[in-house]
Structures are given as C-alpha cells and as structure tokens.
Write a protein that binds this ligand. Structure first.
Ligand SMILES: NC(=O)c1ccc[n+]([C@@H]2O[C@H](COP(=O)([O-])OP(=O)(O)OC[C@H]3O[C@@H](n4cnc5c(N)ncnc54)[C@H](OP(=O)(O)O)[C@@H]3O)[C@@H](O)[C@H]2O)c1
Length: 261
C-alpha cells in the first residue's frame, strides 16, 4: 500500500452522510468532520436556525451540506426524512444516529410520558430510521451505520435508567443489524462517547462534585470534547472500517479502563 491508498481509506469523497442530532454538540462536530473528509452532509434536527448556521459554516469551508428538519418522535417524519435526503443528494452512504435526550431522575420518579419520550427519541427512531435507509444502501451496494451509544451501555449510572436502557439496547441492535446486513456490505458500529462537554451534560460539568467525581476516575484528566469523536466517526464512515462491524467502540478518555486508587 502507498500513501495515496492509505489516505483513501479515510476519504469520504463522493459519499453522502445523514446525521441526526446535527444541531447538537456532538452531531455538529461529527457533521463538520465528515464534511471535511469529503462527504456531502444531510443535517437533521428540530432547530432549523442551528442547522442553517452549521450548513453555512460547512459551506464556508468548501463543504457541501443541506438541512432536513425532522422530529424523530413522529413516526411519519422518518420515511419523509429519508425521501427528502434521497431526493436532494440521490444517495445515502452513511447514517449517523446521533439524536438523543436524557432526563436524570431516580427510577421511582420516572413518569410514563418521560419513559416513552426517551425511548422514542433514542431507540425507536434509530430502529425505524435505520430500517428506512436500508433499501437504498442495498441498491447502492453497501453503507455505514454509526449509532451513537454511551458509557451507560456498559455501566449502571444512578438516575439514568431509561437513557441507559436505550443505549444498552443500541449496542445490542448494532450487533443484530451487523449480522443481518453484512451480506449487503453494510457495516454497523456503535460509537460510544465518554463524558463529553455539550448542552446535554452542562448540569453535570457545572456541578463541582460531579465534575470532580468524573475527573477522579478519568485516566485522561479532562472533559471530552465533541472534536475528540471525529476521528473515530471518519474511520467508521469510510473504507478503513470495511472489515469491522457490530462493535461498540468507547472513546471515553480511558474511563472504562479503570482508575488510579
Ligand atoms: N454529551 C455526552 O457526554 C454524551 C455521552 C454519551 C453519549 N452521548 C450521545 O450523543 C448524542 C448527542 O448528544 P449531545 O451531547 O450532542 O447532546 P445535545 O447537544 O443535547 O444534542 C442532542 C441532539 O438531539 C436532537 N434531538 C433531540 N430530540 C430530538 C427529536 N425528537 N427529533 C430530532 N432530533 C432530536 C437535538 O436536536 P434539536 O435540539 O434541534 O431538536 C440535538 O441535535 C446523544 O445520542 C447522546 O445520548 C452524549
């Protein structure tokens, strides 16, 4: 292999990536990273102004992006989203399932409406959206699914029962999809961030006790940033990961490796 061939492994030139949760901290960073690697990116989320800002930032740097608003709790929004992206870009090579919500509460306090909302946003939408892109990926001869998981798939954290259930289920779904769709040259992997500083985790990082608890247990002694996840996302979206499927990869500052004691 020469340098050109090596670099090609990480090039997304000519590919189209659909990113849900693109208006959020992690989704934005992943969308920008995939665009820099050459992908045309379909940005999805509910907050159109944020998506348009990101589109414009990507275009300013010479990338290609378009905005596709969708509320993934709505079953009808899912086929509509896939259809719009296909109409605009003509193909979908990678799907990054990044939209997600959390509500930190003890199990006794979780009301059914909250349970349902987290389940719908974090899990049900992934199941049906991924299924909705499948026919196109099969027709195109392959594709890449990147589910965004969490440390809570691997450990029990107090007050995140429903969220943790959705992320544990995503890790399992990743394996089943990987097995069912390997024959179609579709690789399915789960990128699991550690403690990343975004809007979703502001209350965690702003609480001095929680912050210290995390830092005490992190071998790499700093908060994760969305940009820390970009390298793995580019790898999972491109040819470099063609022989890898069904895996959950933790980009967590070493949290799961253990800690000094
Ligand atoms: N931050 C962390 O430490 C961390 C750690 C592990 C895993 N994760 C996972 O990483 C992903 C992104 O998290 P983040 O930290 O970037 O959070 P964030 O900044 O709060 O972003 C969440 C994203 O999800 C979208 N979203 C929420 N509900 C939606 C709905 N009903 N329909 C469509 N989109 C919806 C939001 O879009 P709108 O606001 O436009 O609706 C936003 O783009 C999530 O799946 C999260 O579980 C985060």
């Amino acid at each position: 292999m020469n340098v050109t061939a090596l670099l090609k492994l990480f090039s997304l030139q000519g590919r189209v990536a659909l990113i849900t949760g693109a208006s959020g901290g992690i989704g934005r960073s992943l969308a920008e990273g995939l665009a820099i690697a050459g992908a045309s990116v379909a940005l999805s989320g509910r907050t159109v102004e944020k998506l348009e800002q990101i589109q414009s930032a990507i275009e300013t740097h010479g990338g290609t992006a378009a905005v596709f608003p969708a509320d993934l709790r709505e079953p009808a929004a899912i086929p509509a989203l896939v259809e719009s992206v296909h109409e605009h870009f003509g193909r979908i090579d990678s799907l990054v399932n990044c939209a997600g919500i959390n509500q930190r509460q003890p199990i006794q306090d979780v009301i059914p409406a909250v349970y349902d909302e987290i389940m719908q946003t974090n899990l049900r939408s992934v199941y049906f959206l991924t299924r909705a892109v499948l026919p196109q990926m099969i027709t195109q001869g392959g594709g890449k699914i990147i589910n965004i998981g969490s440390l809570t798939a691997a450990i029990g954290l107090a007050n995140v029962s429903v969220y943790g259930m959705t992320k544990g289920a995503l890790a399992q779904l990743t394996k089943t999809m990987a097995v069912e769709w390997a024959a179609h040259n579709i690789q399915v992997n789960c990128l699991c961030p550690g403690f990343i500083a975004t809007e979703l985790t502001t209350t965690v990082w702003d609480d001095p006790q929680r912050r210290q608890w995390i830092l005490d247990r992190l071998p790499i002694k700093r908060a994760g940033q969305p940009a820390d996840l970009v390298g793995m996302a580019v790898y999972l979206a491109g040819p470099a990961s063609d022989y890898m499927t069904g895996q959950s990869i933790y980009v967590d500052g070493g949290f799961l490796a253990g800690s000094q004691w």
